[in-house]
Design a protein around this ligand. Sequence first.
Ligand code: ADP
Length: 465
Amino acid sequence: SGARVRRANSKRLPQYMERGLDVKFSDVAGLGKIRLELEEIVKFFTHGEMYRRRGVKIPGGILLCGPPGVGKTLLAKAVAGEAGVNFFSISASQFVEIYVGVGASRVRALYQEAKENAPSVVFIDELDAVGRERGLIKGSGGQERDATLNQLLVCLDGFEGRGNVITIAATNRPDILDPALVRPGRFDRKIYIPKPGLIGRIEILQVHARKKPMAEDVDYMAVASITEGMVGAELANIVEIAAINMMRDGRSEITTDDLLQAAQIEERGLLDRKDRSPEMWKQLALNEAAMAVVAVNFPDLKNIEFLTISPRAGRELGYVRVKMDHVKFKEGMLSRQSLLDHITVQLAPRAADEIWYGEDQLSTIWAETADNARSAARAFVLGGLSERNYGLSDFWVADKLNDIDLEALRILNMCYQCAKEILHRNQKLMDAVVGELIQKKSLTKQEFFRLVEVHGFLEPMPPNI
Ligand code: ADP
């Protein structure tokens, strides 16, 4: 009867298998070097025999660590897709059940299926839900979880060295995992997937744009530069929203504007989670508007991409996207004048506070940008750019330190006066931008320059820098 049971089992439809997946590495963008590590995992499947012959140990499990939405699930699917093997997945939060034993039996069933349909990738999402260090949770819930975790450990060990079932798990909290899980032979390989940088965001947008009717001249850089802090899932959403926008207007191509607007909508979706007083909103708007308005004065910084006061991941306060020449900036090749302009823009929030609230009611919102200005001024002097000729070597000479700081202070004051003057002369524009920012929370470049057009921009008196 044993044989009959086994046959019945193998005919049972796999419950955890995902069919019809066709994900490839080319669907996952912005990975840089991480891709090489994943390609190696594919080789464990395709060249398993070679690894075994050479005595290379194939890891039992791979841990993908990183925040939600960066593409961990997508990557696990791509590994299966590239290797041409079956994909089984479950979220560890589904393991955690009220009844003792249910979680453990699910783990067993999952691995049973994966083995019967090997070679295969088993993907466990939210591993920390079950993999938290044992003994941390009290009561029967904790007991159940421990049983599940033990079962998982047994299953992982059972496949050690075979290489035809590889477990990939995802977590945002590798630090709280039970040490037993990360022991050699288990999840002994950790791969960190960070949020994408500027280039990564461009690449992710482009991957999702592949299947959409994009206009020829779409400026992905512009969209990427206003979406700092966003992850792949959010960027994918932006392309979808932009497509809907296009259809609604009865157009046949997605434009840069569609994408920029979609980015705002996506961002607004994350908005207003914090309750801020009207006064706080106003102060934030004033600070951001000040930077944007002062930046209008400078050719190098004029290209304002976006301004917002919405709370975003990793950004407590608002930000203005003032586009600088990134490459030149990195290579230290920004001109002397554009560095001064940069300092002036960074001092704008402080200047606005003084004008609108007065010396004795200053907030501290401008502290961060004022700090940027201070270090930029110091770099300016030490870089030998000020007319009093100091250089890096002077940094080590004690009695010159004071002089350097004094010279930096002189530069700061000069820039500060310039910022103040620009704001003084453009109060109407400022009020308009502040008003609209408070209302909409974010303004695109077009919306901002429309206000500049309507209210006009007055240049400051020629400064004597
Ligand atoms: P995670 O598992 O890290 O929470 P997912 O893999 O579920 O993230 O990502 C959700 C969706 O977001 C994916 O299906 C894909 O459309 C998009 N996405 C996320 N990261 C990327 C990326 N690096 N490249 C392309 N698309 C991505």
